[in-house]
Design a protein around this ligand. Structure first.
Ligand code: GLN
Length: 451
């Protein structure tokens, strides 16, 4: 099948289901078809991604294609450049078909915080797809694209992948360039693939990974060929199963699915042992200091002058800032800016931000200790399957809890994948496999063997 046929099939599918799913903020139909034709004509399919339709989360800059972060404040923003990951996908001749919905500035766990509309879960349209990369995960699950990119600051690739029954990988911090990713919390953000299976995940990671001089936090390490990890072999692999991820708050059916995944690994020759990561319970609360603190600083640039939308009527410069930001940002974004500004303000910095950084170090030390003995750590991706639309919008703390299993991994900068491992009440459940820094290869091997 040609790229044009595949791209048409995906665009037809979008026409058919998008009214129910609402995964996309922008569909770039004409240009996608044009590019697919060009790829066919050139006839160079040496890259596995050549001619393949991809959807990009709307906080990743795409040249000449609107990039809004699902925020009213960027409703008219068209980047003059591509994020490094988009440049790389283009050089592999992938076909960008559009931009996916998300929680505004990636702040949320359900895609209900989008400044435009909520996305629905293809498994049950009364439920959320997860977030904040909910549009990307829903688009992959509903066959509206072949693969997608998301970003993960506290779980935003893995949690929606788990809710939508697809595969999502957060690479090690520094593995993939953040150049052109609109910053939420810069010390935690990473871009990664959302795919239909582990094989696609390895191929996409191959394409996007690597050092980039334009991102000073990207790491100059050789990138292995991750498709070499697509082997069914976990014999002798040592896996830790942290008890803190299976206790209170984890739905029994989710726990059961993860425990039966552990038994599958044992039957395949892995050695699974219970371990303890004692500081797990503090990670979430420290995250909700650190992430908003960084966000409050990163979002200072939306002043109505430099980017995006500007308020219409204003008296003077200060009034322009005030009106632009009051009109442009949604509730959750304002909440985070206020939390972050408070945590960083003089007199409170030591009690909140500094303390949270210390907790972060302890969370990381837990993992370091575990990885002296174990090759990977397995855990649920999220405590429950997809919840109902509206169920948690009234209670931010409840919403925050849905990332309790993913956030520690960002705090420690580790790679982790979510793969489907069963069902709870007919809805998909994700298994999270966490690896050592820059050891995505082992994570992919374990995931591939399980799949
Ligand atoms: N839900 C978390 C938050 O709101 C994580 C979001 C993310 O990973 N981008 O901060």
């Amino acid at each position: 099948i040609s790229s044009e046929e595949l791209t048409k099939a995906v665009l037809d599918r979008i026409d058919k289901v998008e009214e129910d799913i609402k995964a996309f903020l922008t569909v770039d139909k004409e240009r996608a078809l044009e590019i697919s034709k060009k790829v066919d004509k050139e006839g160079d399919f040496s890259s596995p991604l050549a001619g393949i339709p991809v959807a990009i989360k709307d906080n990743i800059c795409t040249k000449d294609l609107k990039t809004t972060c699902a925020s009213k404040i960027l409703a008219n923003f068209v980047p003059p450049y591509d994020a490094t990951v988009c440049e790389k996908l283009k050089s592999e001749k992938a076909v960008i078909i559009g931009k996916t919905n998300m929680d505004e500035f990636a702040m949320g766990s359900s895609t209900e915080n989008s400044g435009f509309f909520a996305t629905r879960n293809p498994w049950d349209v009364d439920r959320v797809p997860g977030g904040s990369s909910g549009g990307s995960a829903a688009a992959v699950a509903a066959d509206e694209c072949i693969f997608a990119l998301g970003s993960d600051t506290g779980g935003s690739i893995r949690q929606p992948a788990s809710y939508c029954g697809v595969v999502g990988l957060k690479p090690t911090y520094g593995r993939v360039s953040r150049y052109g990713l609109v910053a939420y919390a810069s010390s935690l953000d990473q871009i990664g693939p959302i795919t239909k299976d582990v094989t696609d995940c390895a191929m996409v990671l191959n394409a996007i990974a690597g050092w980039d001089e334009r991102d000073s936090t990207s790491v100059n390490l050789p990138v292995p060929d991750f498709t070499k990890s697509l082997v069914e072999d976990v014999k002798g692999m040592k896996m830790g199963l942290p008890k803190e991820y299976l206790g209170e708050g984890i739905e029994p059916e989710v726990r059961e699915a993860v425990l039966s995944a552990a038994r599958v690994f044992e039957n395949l020759g892995a050695c699974v042992e219970e371990i303890s990561l004692p500081h797990t319970e503090y990670a979430l609360w420290a995250y909700y200091i650190i992430a908003p603190a960084e966000a409050s600083s990163n979002l200072a640039r939306y002043d109505g002058i430099r980017y995006g939308v500007r308020a219409k009527d204003y008296d003077d410069l200060i009034d322009l800032y005030k009106k632009t930001r009051s009109e442009g940002f949604g509730r959750e974004v304002k909440r985070r800016i206020m939390l972050g500004t408070y945590a960083l303000s003089s007199g409170y910095y030591d009690a909140y931000y500094l303390k949270a950084q210390k907790v972060r170090t302890l969370v990381k030390a837990d993992f370091d200790r575990a990885f002296e003995k174990y090759d990977v750590i397995i855990a649920p991706t999220a405590p429950t399957p997809a919840f109902r639309i509206g169920e948690k919008t009234g209670d931010p703390l409840k919403m925050y809890m849905s990332d309790v299993c993913t956030i520690p991994v960002n705090m420690a900068g580790l790679p982790a994948i979510s793969i489907p491992c069963g069902f709870s009440g007919g809805l998909p459940v994700g298994l999270q496999i966490i690896g050592k820094p820059f050891d995505e290869a082992t994570v992919i091997r374990a995931a591939y063997t399980f799949e």
